[in-house]
Design a protein around this ligand. Sequence first.
Ligand code: RIB
Length: 303
Amino acid sequence: MYKNIRAAVVGSINMDIVLNMKKVPDVGDNVLGTDYRYACGGKGANQAIALSRLGASVRMIGKVADDANGKKLVDNLISNGIDASGVSVDGTQTGLAAIIVDGDGKNRIIVYEGANAEIDADKACEEIRDIDLLMVQFETAEDVVVNSINTAVKKGITTVIDCGPAKDFNLEAMQGATVITPNESETQMLTGVYPDSEENIEKASRILYDRSRAKYVVLKLGDRGCSIFDGKEITILPSYPAKVVDTTAAGDCFTAAMALELVRSGDIYKASDMGNRAGGIAVSRMGADVSMPTFKELSEFNG
Ligand code: RIB
């Protein structure tokens, strides 16, 4: 159903080292892990893989180093059917994320940006052509995000800004994107308001709307689902029940599915519901890119 959609992702590509444990350590603690593994990740790459598994044709624009992790990550993009010709292989060190996951599936992530911080903004913008959808996140330099969005907005391309990881960002520099979509902590970082009640969801959404002039503000609210603000009213769509194993990349999965359905149908409510479904599937699986559903899995999922 999404196979005619041409998408590009400008974003990060990381090797994740994931450590599971019953309880994460407090300061000065030393705890035992239950297992660990290396996995392909990075918010940009995760979203590109999610788009590709859902059937879109995807181009990844980013940077890795000429090292073992960089090679593995590019190979992984290619084996997921992604055009990786926009990934430069001349960074100083490939990005790395250390992820600790507790017994409830909740994670904490530390990212070493490495090559992701060295993407050339002009080169990235040159790659933004012949596409229906552009997705960006905040895991690359600010000028890369801003210039990519501004280039795509000028060309009339649907643009989706995922605000992860949480950071103070000059939203005013990129006006008029189609969707801006932070999670709860990113919302607090950008607005000073934690979206823990309907009142605060509306307050935060209005601030984001005024700052970015995006068409829609979609807040990812974890197990509460998501909210949509179109400049007039707030709609809250509940999540689907899921057995939470690992929340890593659930937001990436939500954003990708939401973006594709929005391009297909033009309906932000249908699109956000699709995002909720995709997030429900992702949290029930261990890992980042490997937890992304296929289109068949997404359409059959009802929680
Ligand atoms: O959103 C999850 C991702 O955040 C991980 O794959 C990690 O690489 C960090 O970028």
